[in-house]
Design a protein around this ligand. Structure first.
Ligand code: NAI
Ligand code: MG
Length: 451
């Protein structure tokens, strides 16, 4: 984020992936037969280690990713909490007995799927590692993780700590390297039983295709263009603070960011005046100096974000604030982007339809609940939605009508590890977090005895 090299990592190749998968097969043989209570104890120990060493990991993550130290601390807290939460699930993966009559006994067992591959993005390198790895380990699976090329540090550190906590050698493996190289070798490998992928739609489609010949199971989390819907009767100050948080946290590099403000015409002027004022006051800077917004993750990503905004400018769209790359005020360097608000966008505008993945808010003006629902649903995505209104009936109608994996009323994000998370449509499929998060890593076997 600062524009300076921070560390160097090996670019893993197909043979490194093969070695990691061989190790994982050996690790799996031990781990799947480790008593669930023991897996539970080990994962709790991992959660404790991460908690004790949280500040070290947070500083490392802030430096590696460009995010602010506070954001990195939040990421590390979720990471520890994910291990704690799934530790508690490890010894509760129970089957059921199925009555078939006097001569038969039938029950189900929930066995680990095998070796799972985790393709991890750069926006939440630490918690996204844990979001997949913790439930995989709870279920008795072994793991090969491929962190993003720009942020591999914490995955390597965490793999070491998991070993210290008692996870046997070979159970958790990390291969650093480029997506099209190490990542592609991993997802097409026939030894992989399940793939957890978080990233862009186009790469996700490629991963699905690569997985098809081996008929490998998948969980895909592909981002979105999530709406924060504000009806005419909503509390204007809550909308302003919610919108600010929903789009400018982590410099907008969040799959579930509230990147569209779907706002009723009656409160549009008041909300936008306050929102623009607060957006202009946000301070950009190096993550360790406690700014409001840190850097974007890479120069390539900065260019991608800016290209979206430049295209909107060429289309004559109304950019109320921001719209330019920026630098760290202390050093005059780095990959920052001004908090940006584009107003009055029509439904088919590319700034409404494509994930920009930066601090860029697309505003869509609507009249009434019905139009709000139609506009909220007017993209190919369906990940998250926030609904602001004081009318409980409208809130509940909208919550049901909006196509999303999770909806929050009078806030944007609420809840943590306990709440299942995932998308519909081009946002992907499968649910992570919550008890649902473990489903991807277990398969049901039915056993029947005739007697
Ligand atoms: P990407 O989807 O290409 O990369 C995500 C992960 O996939 C990285 O670990 C990468 O190394 C890996 N990868 C890339 N190509 C692969 C392949 N052929 N096989 C297996 N793994 C592969 O995303 P990228 O290029 O970093 O960012 C592009 C856009 O993707 C962003 O602007 C944003 O819109 C979206 N994105 C969404 C994320 C989310 O949380 N849903 C996270 C990161 C990016
Ligand atoms: Mg890519």
């Amino acid at each position: 984020g600062s524009g300076q090299a921070f560390a160097e990592f090996s670019a893993g190749k197909a043979e490194d992936v093969s070695r990691a998968l061989e190790a994982a097969e050996q690790g799996l043989a031990i781990w799947r037969d480790t008593a669930p209570a023991e897996r539970c104890r080990i994962l709790n120990c991992a959660a404790m280690l991460i908690g004790e060493r949280a500040e070290y990991l947070s500083v490392l993550e802030a430096l590696d990713s460009g995010k602010t130290l506070d954001e990195a601390r939040g990421d590390v807290r979720s990471c520890a909490r994910l291990f704690e939460y799934y530790a508690g699930a490890a010894d509760k993966l129970e089957g059921r007995s199925i009555p078939l009559g006097k001569d038969l006994s039938c029950w189900t067992e929930r066995e680990p799927v095998g070796v799972s591959a985790h393709i991890i993005p750069w926006n939440y390198p630490t918690s996204n590692f844990a979001r997949g790895v913790a439930p995989a380990l709870a279920a008795g699976c072994a793991v090969v993780a491929k962190p993003a090329e720009t942020t591999p540090f914490t995955a390597l550190v965490l793999a070491g700590w998991l070993g210290e906590a008692g996870v046997p050698a070979g159970v958790v493996n990390v291969v650093t390297g480029l997506g099209p190289d190490a990542g592609a070798s991993l997802v097409r490998h026939p030894e992989v039983a399940h793939i957890t992928f978080t990233g862009s739609v186009s790469t996700g489609v490629g991963v699905m295709q690569a997985a098809a010949p081996s008929v490998t199971r998948l969980t895909l989390e592909l981002g979105g263009k999530s709406p924060l819907v504000a009806l005419a009767d909503s509390d204007v100050d809550k909308v302003v603070d919610g919108a600010l948080w929903a789009i400018f946290s982590n410099a907008g590099q969040i799959c579930s960011a509230g990147s569209r403000l779907v706002i009723d015409r009656k409160i549009h002027a008041e909300v936008l005046e306050k929102l623009v004022g607060k957006a202009r006051a946000l301070r950009l800077g190096h993550g360790l100096r406690h700014p409001d917004i840190g850097a974007l993750n890479s120069h390539a990503h900065l260019e991608r974000v800016h290209a979206h905004v430049e295209a909107a400018r060429r289309r004559g769209r109304s950019i109320l604030t921001g719209g330019n790359p920026a630098v760290d005020p202390e050093t005059g360097k780095g990959w920052f982007y001004e908090p940006t608000i584009i107003d009055g966008l029509p439904r088919d505008d590319p700034a409404v339809q494509y994930e920009i993945f930066g601090p860029v808010l697309a505003v869509q003006i609507v009249e009434g609940e019905e139009e709000a629902a139609a506009i909220a649903n007017g993209t190919e995505f369906g990940l998250v939605a926030g609904i602001y209104t004081r009318d409980i009936e409208k809130a509940l109608r909208l919550a049901r009508a909006i196509n999303a994996g999770q909806v929050t009323i009078n806030d944007y994000w609420a809840g943590g590890v306990e709440v299942p998370f995932g998308g519909n449509g081009k946002s992907g499929f499968g649910r992570e977090k919550g008890l649902e998060g473990i489903e991807a890593y277990v398969r049901t076997k039915a056993i029947t005895i005739r007697h």
